[in-house]
Write a protein that binds this ligand. Structure first.
Ligand SMILES: Nc1ncnc2c1ncn2[C@@H]1O[C@H](COP(=O)(O)OP(=O)(O)OP(=O)(O)O)[C@@H](O)[C@H]1O
Length: 669
């Protein structure tokens, strides 16, 4: 079905009636009307239909499955036993699972206290009547890879008797089929939801999901949700094995576009896979200018748009880790920086997200989260004004998910992506996928646009940025390690781009890129072996004296350096050792060569013997063939092949065919 992003009516217009306290919670969230995806999905999912739901980011998909799950469990005739679960939600990241868990918790903590129909005679006479304070529906359980062991999931389950379990695939499998196999009963399971289903498959959880699906009862309802539900083979396979005759719900966004013609302007309706209120921009600049333009976009957004909360996406964990350490002096004063990536411990990730979400971001004191794709999907971070993709994502679907962290639930937002050189072809690539982008020119120092003609003029601020980053790197050798690691990881990630005909390592401007990273020298890596180093200058560094800020790390470096510095005797010994090794290698390779030659000779002899034997058999067989009848087709083929071989052997003898051609033809005989 197609729908606009406008709201789709009040909650009481649903063809199914929601439980009053559920409706109260929805209203208390400030949601007076349903979004289109909620209006389409809730009645179907509540009415025992499997669903595959694709709707743009920030369109309210979470409530579209949370409400039906709660309604189904509330309406059960028999209460679930303590070891039974009624619903499962699986999501690809712990952050997203935690967010979904908190929404279920909000609902379940708002359920009315259970009342007994009439007090028992004892209670009626007693003055201190004890009402049952245990809620009818226990709080949900979260099972994610975290700092606690899987056994604790089970302990918490047994103590709360949760009906709804939310988790990541690996930990969920452990909970249901590993440690919890004989404890957790899925007999009564009514609903399974796979949130960000396509991502679950991209991350390689197909096998784990299939094992979980097979373990669950068949009469359950299943829902698949995502903003990018492509018809990938794996997804179709999942739908085939996990869903029964599902309803496919696709909520499309339509936006108006004015087109100028000779006769005036015309309004066109454009279908897009990003929110209608998202301003989606791209900027084309050189590699060395990327960092400078990033800082100028932020400044522009803060000063002219009043933006205060940003997410900046980088290609790898190492890039986030490094730029988090060196970016601050280039940003507006009083900026709070946060970093989030998959190599951080779970507890740090949780804390960072909480701090970013609650930081008092104002244009006078902006908050910027530097992140990898771990923060691309599903996260509902409030009031994100701007998303900047410093590096376009390797997975093309991530593009719309990253942009979708802003412009959520009808709010407006802005997204930028920085593209270098032929990467601008990405604009067309995304347009075909209904993700349109508008070009924005580069910013000059005073914040005005730089015309495309000035593209090649080197901005003096590029070297200022480079100098500023280098200056910081020089204060701590650890930063140099991080810079090199980030650079190498960037190049490696670049080679894995899905749109590989656009993002080609061989097109990378390594020198410009290295400048943008503020490198002190170019790292040793195969990709850089044959590049031109024009325009590159190593920083003037005394590498022996360049120290780690961390005292223990520096002491270790010095100790290793003194061990590593060889005296004359040691140099002579190493030389001899090397010569010995080379000799041994030479001897070994000679031996290897001789062995190969011997093997080849043996093979040749064996082939010859085989051929002679077959020739003899052929002669005998021809005689027999004259006496017998009814050869099988296969036998016939064999004889034919042998005859052909004999004919060809004769031609080899006459010099009409080379031995090599003969061998190639009959190599498998
Ligand atoms: N009916 C509604 N009215 C107004 N706001 C709503 C409504 N339903 C949900 N929202 C709000 O919209 C925001 C986005 O919702 P949600 O996170 O469910 O989106 P989503 O479609 O799952 O996005 P994504 O694809 O990025 O995961 C949330 O802040 C949520 O509180």
């Amino acid at each position: 079905m197609a729908a606009s992003t406008a709201f789709a009516g009040k909650w009481d217009s649903l063809p199914v009636t929601l439980t009053p306290w559920i409706l109260d919670v929805v209203h208390s969230m400030g949601h007076t009307q349903m979004t289109p995806v909620q209006a389409s999905t809730i009645p179907l999912f509540m009415r025992h239909k499997d669903v595959v739901v694709e709707a743009v980011t920030g369109s309210g998909k979470t409530l579209a499955f949370v409400i039906p799950i709660l309604e189904k469990l509330i309406r059960r005739e028999r209460k679930l036993a303590k070891n039974e679960i009624g619903a499962l939600v699986i999501s690809p990241t712990r952050e997203l699972a935690t967010q979904i868990h908190s929404i279920f918790s909000l609902f379940l903590s708002s359920q009315p206290s259970p009342r007994r129909a009439s007090p028992s005679p004892d209670e009626a006479t007693g003055s201190d009547v004890q009402l049952d304070s245990v809620p009818e529906h226990p709080p949900p359980l979260l099972v994610i890879s975290s700092d606690s062991p899987p056994a604790e999931d089970l302990q918490r389950f047994l103590s709360t008797g949760a009906d709804i379990v939310i988790g990541t695939p690996g930990r969920m499998e452990e909970f249901l089929l590993g440690l919890g196999k004989n404890v957790v009963s899925v007999r009564e399971l009514e609903v399974l939801v796979l949130d960000e289903a396509d991502r679950l498959l991209d991350l390689g959880f197909h096998a784990a999901l299939t094992r979980i699906l097979t373990h669950l009862p068949k009469q359950r309802r299943t829902g698949l949700f995502s903003a990018t539900m492509t018809d990938a083979d794996a997804l179709s396979e999942l739908v085939r094995v996990g869903l029964r005759n599902p309803a496919r719900i696709v909520v499309k966004v339509q936006s108006k576009k004015t087109k100028g013609t000779a006769k005036g302007t015309r309004e066109l309706i454009e279908e897009r896979r990003i929110p209608a209120n998202l301003h989606n921009y791209y900027m084309s600049c050189s590699a060395s200018e990327k960092m400078l333009q990033l800082t100028r976009i932020i400044r522009h957004e803060v000063e002219t748009q009043g933006s205060s909360r940003f997410i900046v996406y980088f290609a790898t964990c190492a890039c986030v880790d490094y730029f988090y350490r060196v970016l601050a002096p280039l940003l507006p004063a009083h900026t709070s920086l946060f970093s989030l990536h998959g190599h951080l411990p779970p507890s740090t990730r949780t804390k960072t997200l909480a701090n970013f979400t609650t930081s008092a971001a104002l244009p006078s004191s902006p908050s910027i989260l530097l992140a990898t794709d771990v923060a691309a999907r599903g996260l509902d971070l409030p009031d994100v004004d701007v998303v900047i993709q410093f590096d376009p994502p390797t997975d093309t679907k991530s593009f719309s998910h990253r942009c979708g962290r802003t412009a959520r639930a009808g709010r407006s937002g802005t997204a930028w992506v920085l593209l270098v050189g032929r990467e601008v072809d990405y604009v067309e690539f995304m347009a075909v996928r209904k993700i349109p982008m508008k070009e924005r020119p580069r910013f000059s120092r005073d914040g005005t646009a730089v015309s495309a003609d000035d593209m090649d003029t080197d901005d003096p601020d590029i070297s200022r940025v480079l100098a500023s980053i280098r200056q910081q790197v020089l204060t701590d050798r650890a930063l140099n390690d991080k810079a090199a690691k980030a650079f190498v990881s960037f190049v490696r990630a670049y080679s894995k781009h899905e749109a590989s005909y656009i993002f080609r390592v061989k097109d990378l401007d390594f020198v410009g890129l290295a400048k943008s990273f503020g490198l002190l020298r170019l790292p040793r890596m195969p990709e850089l072996k044959d590049i031109s180093r024009d325009g590159w200058e190593d920083a003037d560094v005394d590498w022996n004296a360049y120290a780690y800020a961390d005292k223990a790390q520096e002491a270790k470096r010095l100790a290793e350096a003194s061990k590593a510095a060889p005296d004359a005797e040691e140099i002579r010994r190493r030389k001899e050792e090397r010569a010995e090794k080379e000799k041994a290698n030479l001897a070994w390779s000679n031996k290897e060569r001789k062995r190969e030659e011997r093997d080849k000779r043996r093979e040749k002899k064996a082939r010859k013997r085989k051929w002679q034997k077959m020739q003899a058999e052929l002669e005998a067989g021809t005689k027999r063939g004259q006496e017998e009848t009814g050869e099988s087709e296969e036998d016939g083929d064999d004889w034919e092949a042998l005859a052909k071989e004999e004919r060809m052997a004769k031609r080899v003898k006459k010099g009409q065919v080379s031995q090599r051609e003969f061998d190639a033809e009959f190599a498998d005989l």
